[in-house]
Design a protein around this ligand. Structure first.
Ligand code: FAD
Ligand code: NAI
Length: 473
């Protein structure tokens, strides 16, 4: 008998398990992911998400730098070639290191880990009985008064077009290609479409994207979306908006996509590989929740209140399988908060302070409200925007694309949102997260001394610019 059983060892589940153990609870975590026949905790994030995708982005960007940028620094190298097998082996190594790191953390925190599928069997006044079925067909029965469901999500397929992972790829297949395809089309120009598109574009594939919406990155600040479109188009990514996909078939080792373009004209294309990245759906069918009466919402997510409580007493749900952004760090924060709530502590996740980062080059990152969101409320605001061209470190590094934009309340000067497109935006956004969490004003951020020369100075200058006090622009 445990105090807590966690089902799912992605960033939501494994972090919840560690925090619960730190707080003195007896914890068992059940996760079914295996890689090359070995237990592979870490979920989507570690195995087919954040970690491997960033490993490939690093390789792709390095290749691009050697191919196109080195010469600008006076470095002469021959035309680079990519050994895709080696690139994939390195990625696999990074993933395995991360799996092993999580296994070590389980041992360190005295957490029992079962590599298997967990499902509800029954419940009574003293808790929930969970069956963990392992890959060698053992069935292990465990019981606890508290269960944390961190079941994650899986890729959404086009209706009637299942992934075959050979021609029609989800992100999983797109992370495991054996060679650079000549042409690669991507349906859905969201986060995965952009990140995966970058890698194969840098490595020489002809990458094109078909997007249903009329514009790029609808959820981002409007000026960031416009700048991103300008930059990515210049980099050679072809983006077609307003399409309606009609039919996808595989014939003669090629994929045919029939779609209607934004003028309503029928088009057909033939491609070597097709990635479908049109969002993800919660992974809620794995635990036999109906046996104990677990409620889902109308979109298929596990129904939870603001504190991640499900309709069942003692059963909590976190991460991608519940409402909110599908981000690893959101899952982690919910995991920590739920562990604290189980022992009766008050814990708070501020969903307005969750940063978003898209790991393209340049990176795109933001936190807080977009300009269009503020405008729609009628609130008065001011804007400070500084291009990286006005930043000494950016010029020295030849990384002058993009800008930092700070939005602040017109009267109180409180920072409401920070939006960055530029090199290292994913790290720079940390400054903005802290500022927003501490309810800092633009003046506060503008008064802080930043090292020179550094990209961080652009954030300071944008904050100064919100009050028309920028020095270098
Ligand atoms: P998951 O990571 O999906 O983990 C759930 C785990 O539970 C899995 O191991 C699953 O097999 C297991 N499971 C489910 N049901 C059962 C059961 N009944 N019994 C046992 N085990 C079960 N987010 C970011 O913040 N930054 C990024 O850069 C980023 N990049 C991404 C790139 C890609 C290609 C993808 C696909 C996603 C990316 N994400 C990123 C999103 C991120 O991976 C998810 O938000 C995050 O993994 C969600 O964590 P989770 O713990 O809720 O679920
Ligand atoms: P997404 O929601 O980011 O993008 C999906 C895109 O597909 C949208 O632009 C949508 O309009 C489009 N679309 C939907 N249906 C379509 C159709 N029938 N035809 C054409 N276009 C269509 O989802 P994506 O890229 O699949 O990623 C899933 C999730 O994974 C993201 O929402 C994000 O939460 C997470 N993720 C996070 C990353 C990060 O934080 N850097 C990186 C990758 C994924």
């Amino acid at each position: 008998v445990y105090d807590v059983i966690v089902i799912g060892a992605g960033p939501g589940g494994y972090v919840a398990a560690i925090r619960a153990a730190q707080l003195g609870m007896r914890v068992c975590i059940v996760d079914d992911w295996e890689m090359d026949g070995k237990p592979a905790p870490g979920g989507t994030c570690t195995n087919v998400g954040c970690i491997p995708s960033k490993a490939l982005l690093s390789t792709g960007f390095l290749f691009e730098q050697i191919e196109n940028e080195a010469i600008r620094h006076g470095i002469k190298v021959g035309k680079p070639e990519i050994d895709v097998e080696k690139m994939m082996d390195r990625k696999k190594g990074v993933v395995r290191q991360t799996n092993d790191g999580i296994l070590y953390l389980f041992r360190k925190n005295k957490i029992d880990y079962i590599n298997g599928r967990g499902s509800f069997v029954s419940s009574d006044d003293s808790g929930y009985v969970i069956n963990a079925s392992t890959s060698n067909s053992d069935n292990i029965r465990i019981k606890a008064p508290n269960v944390i469901l961190a079941l994650g999500s899986k890729p959404r397929a086009l209706p009637g077009v299942p992934f075959d992972e050979k021609y029609i790829l989800s992100n999983t297949g797109a992370l495991a290609l054996k060679e650079v395809p000549k042409n690669l089309w991507i349906i859905g120009a969201g986060v995965i479409g952009l990140e995966r598109g970058c890698v194969w574009n840098w490595l020489g594939a002809d990458v094109r994207k078909l997007e249903a919406l009329p514009s790029l990155l609808g959820m981002a600040d409007e000026s960031i979306s416009k700048e991103a479109l300008k930059i990515f188009t210049k980099q050679g990514l072809s983006l077609t908006f307003g399409v309606k996909i009609e039919k996808v078939t595989v014939e003669d080792n090629r994929v045919s996509v029939v779609y209607q373009d934004s003028d309503g004209k029928a088009q057909e294309i033939w491609v070597e590989k097709l990635i479908v990245s049109i969002g993800r759906v919660p992974n809620t069918s794995t635990v036999d929740g109906a046996t104990v009466g677990l409620k889902l919402d109308d979109r298929g997510f596990i129904e939870v209140d603001a504190d991640c409580r499900t309709n069942l007493p003692g059963v909590w749900a976190i991460g991608d399988c519940v409402r909110g952004p599908m981000l690893a760090h959101k899952a982690e924060e919910e995991g920590v908060a739920v562990a604290e709530r189980i022992i009766g502590r008050r814990a708070f996740v501020d969903y307005d302070e969750i940063p978003a980062v898209i790991y393209t080059e340049p990176e795109v990152a933001w936190v807080g409200l977009t300009e269009q969101q503020i405008r729609s409320t009628g609130r008065k605001y001011k804007v400070g925007q500084i291009p990286f061209m006005a930043n000494g470190r950016a010029r020295a590094a030849d990384e002058t694309l993009g800008f930092v934009k700070v939005l602040a309340d017109a009267d109180s000067d409180e920072i409401l949102g920070v939006h960055i497109i530029g090199a290292g935006a994913g790290e720079l956004i940390a400054q903005a997260v802290q500022a927003i969490a501490f309810k800092a004003t633009a003046e506060d951020v503008g008064m802080m001394c930043q090292a020179h020369p550094s990209f961080s100075e652009a954030v300071k200058e944008a904050a100064l610019a919100a009050n028309k006090e920028a020095i270098n622009f």
